[in-house]
Design a protein around this ligand. Structure first.
Ligand code: OSB
Ligand code: MG
Length: 368
């Protein structure tokens, strides 16, 4: 489709409750939307970089720079055929996966709208609804964490991930396990530890966790191998898996048994699907991670998670777990069985509330 103009819109939305991880605490969530005009259609994408480079080196400011100065000029006035074509065009730009992924999402929205198909149909997703869980940030104390988990269970979530960091790990996880003996529970360290902490973390191995997510540094696939060898609980990598190659390295090194797939981190939906396709014949479970997305990114995650290899519940919660007012006319609700319906409309299957975008606007740039 011929790319006629691209609007980049930086927005800032208050979270319903602060989200604290080992790398920081967020009360507002910022992102950059990519809005592409082509042949009378509009495609929407979401770049999930945060204001601060805590989870990833990219930020809202680097995403705007890379998009405006490098990616958008490669696309304006061009006919972008498919995802492979897009990836080839941006291959000369090193890294900056979150920026690239937001553009690929908007292109998929356009391709779907033109074809009259949902992303789920385009991807070959086999499920009409996907199992989801909730990611619970670090709270004031173990007791308040248990209360917070109880509230999410009361609202219907059947799988819980808690964030951990040094001094808020074994005790927090043990308290939640003690309060909810049968809960499907997992922990996420966001790279907060080194191998020196291995013995201290050993009690986690007795808590019947589904997985331990990213205990060590992003570039430390090798040390994750040593970590995995010492634990019976499956290690799951998030930050370390920035491409299909890294997925292969990690599995060949036995650095993990499970992979968290975030299309943003790997440079786009096509790359996420490639990792899914690689893991499936190896029987390596994958699941869809989250980045506190708006309903635009959430729609994309739901379509991806409808693929058959996504056998573990995703970090894809209902709209109201994140925002009082989201930016689409549709709302994603939690079903009684801890699932969310995959959108069936064309493209992403959501319609954007431009008034909400005005309300949350920080900066808007139109490139023609
Ligand atoms: O590590 O999975 C993570 C949010 C921001 C950055 C990193 C992570 C997360 C989450 C949130 O865990 C999951 C969600 O969107 O519900
Ligand atoms: Mg994670």
């Amino acid at each position: 489709m011929k790319i006629e103009s691209i609007r980049l819109q930086h927005i800032k939305m208050p979270l319903v409750s602060p989200f604290e991880t080992s790398f920081g605490r967020e009360t507002d969530r910022e992102c950059v939307l990519v809005i592409i005009n082509s042949e009378g259609l509009i495609g929407y994408g979401e770049c999930v970089a945060s204001r601060d480079p805590g989870y990833n080196y990219e930020t809202t400011a680097t995403v705007l720079h890379i998009l405006k100065d490098f990616i958008v000029p490669l696309l304006l006035g061009k006919e972008v055929k498919d995802a492979a074509d897009f990836q080839t065009r941006v291959a000369g730009i090193r890294g900056h996966h979150l920026a690239k992924a937001g553009v690929e999402m908007a292109l998929w929205d356009l391709w779907g709208k033109r074809a009259g198909k949902s992303l789920r149909e385009m991807f070959g997703g086999t499920r009409a609804k996907v199992e989801v869980g909730v990611s619970v940030g670090i709270q004031e104390s173990s007791q308040s964490l248990v209360r917070s988990v109880q509230e999410y269970l009361d609202s219907g979530y059947r799988r819980v991930k808690i964030k951990i960091k040094p001094s808020r790990d074994v005790d927090d996880a043990s308290a939640v396990r003690k309060a909810f003996p049968d809960l499907r529970l997992q922990v996420d360290a966001n790279s907060a530890y080194t191998l020196d902490d291995l013995e201290m973390l050993k009690p986690l191995d007795e808590l019947n966790l589904l997985l331990i997510e990213q205990p060590l540094f992003e570039d430390d696939i090798w040390d994750h191998r040593k970590f995995q060898a010492a634990f019976k609980t499956a290690i799951c990598l998030d930050e370390s898996i920035v491409s299909l190659r890294h997925a292969r390295y990690a599995l060949e090194m036995q650095a993990c048994k499970i992979i968290n797939i975030k299309p943003s981190r790997v440079g786009g939906l096509s790359q996420a699907i490639a990792i899914h396709d690689f893991c499936q014949p190896l029987n390596v479970p994958v699941w869809c991670g989250g980045m506190l997305e708006t309903n635009i990114g959430r729609a994309s995650n739901l379509a991806l998670a409808s693929l058959p290899g996504f056998v573990l519940p995703g970090d894809i919660s209902a709209s109201n777990r994140y925002y009082q007012r989201d930016i689409t006319h549709e709302t994603f609700n939690l079903n009684d069985d801890s699932t969310i319906d995959v959108p069936a409309g064309h493209g992403l299957g959501v319609t954007v509330d431009e008034q909400a975008l005005d309300h949350y606007n920080v900066l808007r740039i139109v490139l023609k």
